[in-house]
Ligand binder design. Structure first.
Ligand code: AHR
Length: 514
């Protein structure tokens, strides 16, 4: 393998110097990890118009709905095979008291959503609504529990309410509220961003709290197979991961989280417009997004030190582009448009996750509807799908497929003397033996040509799909909802096991063997 890698690298460098085609080699190995479909997860927080006036319009709405959830959203998310949905936050999670969201809707207490716009939350969307929505979607629920302002008892009661078949007071309460069978929620986040909105804690303090919450959530042996995710670091806080890995016994933890948002220069006071930007800003966004590679590699290094057997997963439970809100909208609602720049962020980030699928087993784009890098935007009865949505649609081919590690040296995307890799690639082989390759060219101006060596892959026929547009700022609007959509891609040649592909500037391509 190493020899093949070196040859590929040398060839790649040779091609690169000549400024022509880049050679890409695969490692075909039965030991390669599976790309967990949960890498393609989503996130729905009680924030702005994500739940209310987003997913949930209520069952008296004139917008077609099933138990108050928009049918068009359900259908759109099924189409991208949404594997899991994280809820109720985010920062909201550590303020949320789940018992306020069960029972008769009219009797539910209200609260103020202090993190997000100070609006009144009437708790009309609660545990039953969320878990029934997940069932409808065929997605696994991922509940982030309240550690910051909750209690161990409340948290373990929540689990009993959702997962106990019978025999416990919480199971009885669930039945009284109209749900006989438990939902059996597997994924549980133990708090969120504990270094910030979760309680401004040190990791040393949180590690002790984590152990306490985690202990009372399940049995000693965790026979019911809960998947407990420790609230993780932001970006390059490797100390956070180090302490969790060092201090939490492996019997109490299944995964460690990580959050990274592509905020230009990490200047949170000046994030820039989602649609009005020039190439300099675009370049900076891409530079920030690609840091995901560095963060995952370095957090994985720390994890390898304490967990060489790879028993604990890395879960990137918040990621995406974050800009200033759209003009005239509530600053606390985080409503932003979604352009081809976001498609580049999505395509490149998902390739990074795929290529790290040995350690990264789950991820959640922030967020699903009307918030941050959303896949769906709504306005009254209208709904549009964003460029990011189409990237998720194209990449469904990788769900639970076996990774085909790729080796190449990317050409550079250079802007004003600074360079970042222009091309990102990941590949997999699915159960039916089909090979799928996803490629992203983030270069705003240049087409790049690549050649794949398909030796050992038994590929004779290929079909392609592309997401591209005229300008990087292009996006779908409520007046022009189909400006950006997937189209057929034919700019490739397959000759004697060599696949030559020409990638247009700022495009996402998926090639699949037939
Ligand atoms: O996704 C929006 C917010 O970003 C989440 O609530 C929080 O966890 C993060 O800071």
């Amino acid at each position: 393998m190493k020899v093949k890698f070196l040859i590929a690298l040398m060839l790649g460098l040779a091609f690169n110097v000549n400024g022509q085609q880049i050679k890409i080699a695969f490692e075909v190995s039965e030991d390669a990890p599976t790309i967990s479909k949960h890498i393609y997860g989503h996130f729905a927080e009680h924030l702005g118009r994500s739940i209310y006036d987003g997913f949930y319009v209520g069952d008296t709405s004139t917008i077609p709905n099933k138990d108050g959830i928009r049918i068009d959203i359900i259908e759109a998310l099924k189409e991208i095979k949404i594997p899991n949905l994280r809820w109720p936050g985010g920062c909201f999670a550590d303020t949320y008291h789940w018992k306020d969201g069960i029972g008769l809707k009219d009797d539910r207490p209200t609260m103020v959503n202090a993190w997000w716009g100070g609006v009144t939350e009437d708790n009309s969307f609660g545990t039953h609504d969320f878990l029934n929505l997940c069932e409808e979607l065929g997605a696994e629920p991922f509940i982030s529990g309240n550690v910051g302002s909750g209690s161990v008892k409340d948290f373990s009661d929540w689990l009993q309410y959702t997962n106990h078949a019978e025999g416990s007071p919480m199971a009885q309460l669930r039945k009284e509220n109209g749900r006989e069978e438990p939902w059996n929620v597997k994924f549980w986040g133990i708090g969120n961003e504990m270094w910030g909105c979760g309680g401004n804690m040190t990791v040393e303090y949180y590690a002790d709290l984590y152990k306490q919450y985690s202990t009372f959530l399940t049995s000693w042996e965790n026979e019911n197979n809960l998947y407990r995710i420790a609230a993780g670091a932001s970006g390059d806080d490797y100390h956070w991961t180090e302490v969790l890995m060092r201090d939490v016994p492996k019997s109490l933890i299944e995964a460690v989280g990580l959050h990274h948002y592509a905020v230009i220069d990490q200047d949170w006071g000046n994030k820039g417009s989602a649609t009005q930007y020039d190439e300099e800003i675009y370049f900076k966004s891409m530079k920030e997004a690609l840091r995901m590679e560095e963060f995952i590699s370095k957090h994985s290094e720390v994890m390898d030190k304490y967990d060489p057997e790879n028993k604990i997963d890395l879960v990137v439970d918040e990621w995406g582009g974050w800009y200033d809100v759209e003009e005239g909208t509530n600053p606390g609602f985080l409503y932003q448009q979604n352009t081809m720049r976001d498609a580049m962020i999505a395509g490149a980030t998902l390739n990074i996750f795929n290529n790290h699928s040995e350690r990264v087993k789950m991820a959640n784009l922030a967020q699903t509807v009307n918030v941050l890098q959303a896949v769906v935007l709504t306005k009254g009865e209208k709904m549009i799908l964003t460029p990011t949505y189409y990237v998720f649609k194209m990449y469904t081919v990788h769900h639970d497929a076996q990774l085909l590690p790729v080796y190449f040296d990317s050409p550079k995307y250079t802007f004003q003397g600074e360079s970042i890799p222009a091309i990102s690639v990941s590949a997999s082989k699915d159960e039916a033996g089909k090979t799928n390759i996803s490629l992203v060219n983030i270069d705003a101006k240049k087409e790049h040509k690549v050649i794949f060596d398909l030796e050992g892959l038994d590929v004779n026929n290929i079909e392609g799909k592309i997401l591209k547009s005229e300008k990087i700022q292009d996006h779908n609007t409520f007046d022009d909802p189909d400006k950006i959509n997937i189209s057929e891609f034919k700019d490739f040649k397959l000759i004697k096991g060599k696949l030559e592909v020409s990638l247009p500037p700022f495009s996402v391509v998926v090639l699949s063997s037939k």
